[in-house]
Design a protein around this ligand. Structure first.
Ligand code: ADP
Ligand code: MG
Length: 350
């Protein structure tokens, strides 16, 4: 099914990679006014849609402010920027405490909370292994590392090696090679930051999206709930699996169908099991999480990709989370949604 032929309009595509957006042109009746901002950040694209209209002077200022907010997020959390707060921490091999920004501590606390609940399936210290498999900031040809390399990279992995002193706003390493990787959570945090900026300007009807992680509030330009398309987990074509209607919610998806390489018919995805030091291999194709906070939804989506659908579902139930697992069942995709997810969406299936 081609995107342009979708009979519905005002759909946002929830994908890891592609643009989504949004107000699919040329369908049905013309859209009501809206303002759209887009740009690049965190190695991907962002889109911000605000329903309604406002003065062109304010529009221009807002574009600058959005970019500035995202630049500041990157300056703290990007391992691709050598002088970022995270890169400085990663380079430093001393074990003494270092002062970090409030934002840094905030993100770290949330990551550690989820690491504890998942007993280390989610672990932001897994970076050296991610890099070894070629999914980090440095280019690396696709190949399978040997056991000794994996063992060596796993040496410094373990969220217990981070010591946090929240009151003093300080953290220290218990392991000199400790390396943090916020790729699983920073986009969600960036979305929350832009949403906060919009709120501070009084906007109440908007959608913010960075690389497929998004947050919506109020109504779309036509005055209806925002419609989000959950993508079919397919490596070759883009199509819609289902459409959900939501408002006042963040939505994050992780999947194994975009960022991976294949050798000898085996797929190696960028989700690493910290226990084995290898990309996860199971039949969970994608996970979509709804939460008030996009940061939290983003981290959980990655965590569930590590856990798989069975353990993941049980943990989602224990923690009363809104999660949709898309499970590969032979040639077809099976939906496994928690009751909370069902309750939070007004589902439409094409
Ligand atoms: P995407 O970046 O495509 O949105 P995710 O949000 O799932 O996908 O983040 C995937 C990234 O998370 C990987 O590229 C890697 O940097 C990091 N990662 C991989 N495995 C883990 C893990 N077990 N715990 C925390 N982060 C991980
Ligand atoms: Mg994530």
């Amino acid at each position: 099914m081609s995107l342009n032929k979708q009979p519905v309009k005002n759909i946002s595509f929830l994908t890891g990679f592609f643009i989504l957006i949004v107000l699919l042109a040329g369908c049905e009746s013309p859209s009501s006014p809206y303002v759209l901002y887009k740009g690049q950040t965190m190695g991907t694209s962002y889109h911000v849609t605000i329903s309604g209209d406002f003065s062109s002077a304010n529009r221009g200022t807002l574009q600058v402010e959005i970019d500035e907010r995202l630049r500041s997020v990157n300056q703290s959390f990007s391992t691709y920027i050598k002088q970022s707060e995270i890169s400085e921490f990663n380079r430093y091999q001393g074990l003494d405490a270092q002062k970090k920004s409030k934002a840094f501590m905030y993100l770290l606390e949330e990551a550690l909370r989820i690491s504890k609940i998942t007993q280390g399936a989610y672990d932001i210290t897994v970076g050296p292994v991610v890099n070894l498999w070629g999914f980090g900031p440095d280019f690396k040809a696709d190949d399978i590392p040997n056991e000794a390399e994996i063992k060596a990279a796993l040496q410094s992995v373990g969220y217990q090696n981070i010591h946090l002193d929240v009151e003093a706003q300080q953290l220290s390493k218990r392991e000199p090679q400790l390396y943090l990787d916020f790729s699983s959570i920073a986009k969600g945090y960036g979305v929350d930051q832009v949403a906060e900026l919009l709120e501070s300007k009084g906007h109440v009807n908007y959608m913010v999206e960075i690389g497929g992680e998004m947050r919506v509030k109020g109504v779309n330009p036509d005055g209806n709930d925002w419609r989000i398309a959950v993508e079919k987990p397919d490596t070759s074509v883009r199509s819609i699996h289902k459409i959900i209607n939501v408002s006042n919610m963040a939505i994050a998806t992780s999947g194994d169908y975009r960022n991976f390489f294949e050798i000898g018919g085996v797929k190696f995805s960028h989700t690493i099991d910290p226990l084995t030091g290898r990309p996860v291999q199971h039949n969970l194709a994608s996970v979509t999480v709804l939460d008030k906070s996009c940061m939290t939804a983003d981290a959980w989506a990655t965590a569930f990709m590590v856990l798989g659908s069975k353990k993941g579902y049980d943990l989602a139930m224990e923690n009363n989370l809104a999660v949709l697992f898309l499970v590969q069942d032979g040639d077809s995709i099976r939906n496994l949604a928690t009751p909370r997810f069902q309750a939070m969406i007004k589902e439409r299936i094409l």
